[in-house]
Design a protein around this ligand. Structure first.
Ligand code: PMP
Length: 403
């Protein structure tokens, strides 16, 4: 990977913050955008913009082709069987809410159970709690080791005849743990239970093949994979999506409407009420093509190199506590140093131009499990370098000496 060339694609990386070169280590929250993504968005607004589907005029047809072409790009990127299985959403959060709502509506009743894990993001906890409040379902939680690995024996024990769905993160946004989701899906299927994978943190960092995983549902966000904000994807197996009721009502999702009876559109449109973010989907497709052009193998190798280097260097720091030491770990590193508050560490690193995230990372139950209130989190992207990790280490040492 030619990092210098890659970095030149991201204008924001040449910014200075407080007179220091920006070191952007908050990629788990959102990634920066390459010029080609922003250019595609600007270009479509300037020269193609028109509402998609059903338009007879030239621009509408061109915009529709771009939008549906983007769906095909997503299909290829995650290796879905058909574009009918690719639903555009606002992001991972909306995709999970869609499944919790529609699957819950159709298939879950009082006393039924959903299995989630200790390391879920709030967006894979709260939608199920809303369903619990509405329908009286129960949440079962897979426990984990102190290293941050899910206990698979305990997972298997959670299944009962009331288990209706499993919903788990592919990669933890706090611990970086890469969960063995293929194996976990196999276990669930052996019990006749479908699985939703929260791929928010995995799509930017590993090759995704939804058919190989045999995932029933798979959610991710465009903005975490170098694409624009406001657009994401829910993949769902056609056999499941066909059985679910619509999520929201409105234009686009209907076949015909009368005051007496409405029939719904075919997949994937049944789940896409209203004008879609057709400009956003163009940006997302550009981002996925950008990632593909670099090559996921290269990205994974780069990630692993940065992670190994950062883990080794961080551990040299006195008082360092790292949260998440799973054998299979992605480039997300959470830590605390001595008794320095995560917020103080983050604020002082920021003065050195280093952007890290601090706090509970939308995973309060996980923080409780770890017995802490929050961490400092450094998460890497494809443009980060070992020199930037050196700057982080120097920065942490400076802060440590101040306290
Ligand atoms: N799940 C995980 C594991 C995440 O890291 C995030 C974002 N931090 C989300 C879900 C939610 O993603 P979004 O806010 O883009 O919907």
């Amino acid at each position: 990977m030619d990092i210098t060339k890659i970095r030149a694609d991201f204008p924001i990386l040449s910014r200075e913050i407080y007179g220091k070169p920006l070191v952007y280590f908050d990629n788990g929250a959102t990634t920066q955008k390459p010029r080609c993504v922003v250019d595609a968005i600007v270009e479509e607004y300037y020269s193609v913009n028109a509402n998609v589907h059903r338009g007879v005029h030239f621009l509408s047809q061109q915009a529709t082709e771009l939008h549906e072409g983007s769906r095909e790009t997503v299909r290829q990127f995650v290796n879905a069987h058909s574009t009918s299985e690719v639903i555009f959403t606002r992001g991972t959060t909306e995709a999970i809410n869609l499944v919790a709502f529609c699957f819950g509506e159709e298939f879950m009743n009082e006393g039924d159970e959903v299995i989630i894990s200790t390391m879920e993001h709030h967006s894979n906890i709260v939608p199920w709690q809303l369903l619990a409040a509405r329908k009286g379902i129960t949440l079962k939680v897979i426990p984990m080791t102190d290293q941050g690995e899910l206990l698979l024996d305990e997972y298997e024990k959670l299944f009962s005849e009331r288990t209706k769905i499993v919903s788990i993160a592919h990669i933890s946004n706090v611990l970086g743990t890469i969960n063995p989701v293929k194996e976990m899906i196999e276990t669930a299927h052996a019990h006749g239970v479908p699985v939703l994978i929260d791929g928010a943190q995995s799509v930017p960092h590993m090759q995704i093949d939804v058919q190989d995983l045999d995932a029933d549902f798979f959610a991710f966000s465009g903005h975490k994979v170098y694409g624009p904000t406001g657009v994401g994807v829910l993949y769902g197996k056609e056999e499941w999506l066909d059985k679910l009721p619509p999520y929201q009502g409105g234009g686009e999702m209907i076949q015909s409407v009368s005051f007496e009876k409405t029939t719904f559109n075919e997949l994937p449109f049944k789940f896409e009420a209203g004008t879609p973010d057709y400009i956003g989907t163009t940006g997302l497709a550009k981002a996925l093509n950008y990632v593909s052009a670099i090559g996921m193998d290269q990205i994974v190798a780069h990630d692993q190199e940065l992670t190994a280097y950062a883990m080794q260097r961080l551990k040299e720091i006195e008082g360092m506590r790292i949260f998440g030491e799973a054998e299979h770990k992605s480039s997300v590193i959470s830590f605390l140093v001595g008794n320095i508050h995560h917020f103080d560490m983050g604020t002082l690193l920021d003065r050195l131009g280093i952007a890290v995230r601090t706090g509970h990372h939308c995973a309060e139950p996980l923080m409780r499990r770890l017995g802490i209130e929050g961490t400092v989190r450094a998460s890497f992207g494809l443009y980060n370098t070992k020199e930037e990790i050196d700057s982080l280490i120097d920065g942490i040492e400076r802060v440590r000496k101040m306290f």
